[in-house]
Write a protein that binds this ligand. Structure first.
Ligand code: ZN
Length: 319
């Protein structure tokens, strides 16, 4: 574990917010979230070092890697197409680097729309999958592995920035790799969301200890500006199933596990395997839950307090 200063302002003074456990994958330990008293950035401190953190990513069941267990290459999903079309409308198909590209489905959608695509991903098995099955160029590592010559018009970070040990270093690197007036598109959980206020230490998006940082629209915009970007769109919007997932988790923790943490339950469980595809009945249930969640999501989004923040920013050349 290591102690760090605030990544946004360099401040040392903090106050504690939550002590949290890994409610999503049940890895051992408890973790402290603090807020910087100077700028308001929320971060984990102390935290696992860059080397230690890999032990907290259970590869077989970690959700971005599930496509690896499919028999044939899966198709991009609605969310991938939605993002791809929105970004294509912004500047037409040019070149894109997806940082933390997971199983590559967003890049597959972008390629179908005419973009020159490449990705970078730390997990070597996933990189091999993206190269061999999807035939997409991918580097193994992080944004610092991507060579300087790889200049692109767009860099995307989907559910990535909160996992990095220094988001400011990552954003500055993105600035170097972008063409003049290039764009950045990313999303992160919204610390200012109604869901975080409702579920507190049990908010799914805390995802301790993998999420090292938590942003509000204000702290994220300040960080983007500090790293040479002009935020064009800062949109707090919830994925439609986010609230339902939180409610199910809360019910599970409170009643089904009867006070036992997921950590304790997992400790006695056999090694997990990949989840099976949902049955038709389960698919119908998911559709119903989708419908039921629309009104509260609409309300949260209207109040600008949705559980995730989507950002589009442009490289500011005066830095
Ligand atoms: Zn600070």
């Amino acid at each position: 574990m290591e102690q760090v200063n605030c990544d946004l302002c360099g401040g040392k003074e903090t106050r504690p917010v939550y002590t949290v456990v890994d409610n999503n994958y049940g890895t051992p330990g408890s973790f402290s979230l603090v807020t910087c008293t100077a700028c308001g950035l929320v971060y984990q401190n102390p935290r696992p070092t860059a080397v230690e953190i890999s032990a907290y990513y259970p590869t077989a069941e970690y959700h971005p890697f599930r496509a690896l267990q499919e028999q044939k290459p899966p198709e991009p999903q609605e969310l991938h197409w939605k993002r791809a079309k929105r970004l294509t409308a912004l500047q037409g198909p040019v070149s894109v680097l997806d940082v933390g590209c997971g199983s590559g489905l967003f890049l597959a959608a972008m390629r179908s729309l005419g973009w020159k695509v490449c990705g970078v991903e730390p997990n070597p098995d996933v990189v091999q999958y993206v190269r061999q099955v999807l035939q997409i160029e991918a580097y193994e590592g992080d944004i610092f592995t991507v060579p300087e010559e790889e200049r692109v018009n767009l860099i995307t970070f989907w559910d990535v920035l909160e996992h990095t040990h220094s988001p400011t270093a990552v954003l500055r690197r993105a600035h170097q790799l972008l063409q003049p007036e290039g764009y950045l598109a990313l999303n992160v959980p919204n610390w200012a969301s109604i869901e975080r206020h409702l579920f507190k230490e049990r908010w799914i998006a805390l995802d301790a200890p993998r999420h090292l940082y938590h942003f509000t629209p204000q702290t994220l915009s300040a960080m983007l500006r500090a790293c040479g970007f002009q935020p064009l769109v800062v949109q707090p919007q919830a994925p439609v199933l986010s609230l339902a997932s939180n409610m199910l988790r809360w019910i599970g923790d409170t009643f089904l596990r009867q006070g036992q943490s997921k950590q304790a339950v997992l400790a006695t469980a056999p090694t997990p395997t990949a989840p099976p595809a949902p049955s038709p009945a389960k698919q119908r249930l998911i559709r119903l839950v989708h419908l039921a969640m629309r009104p509260p999501n609409f309300l949260f989004n209207t109040l600008n307090r949705g559980s995730a923040i989507t950002v589009i920013a442009q490289k500011d050349n005066i830095v």
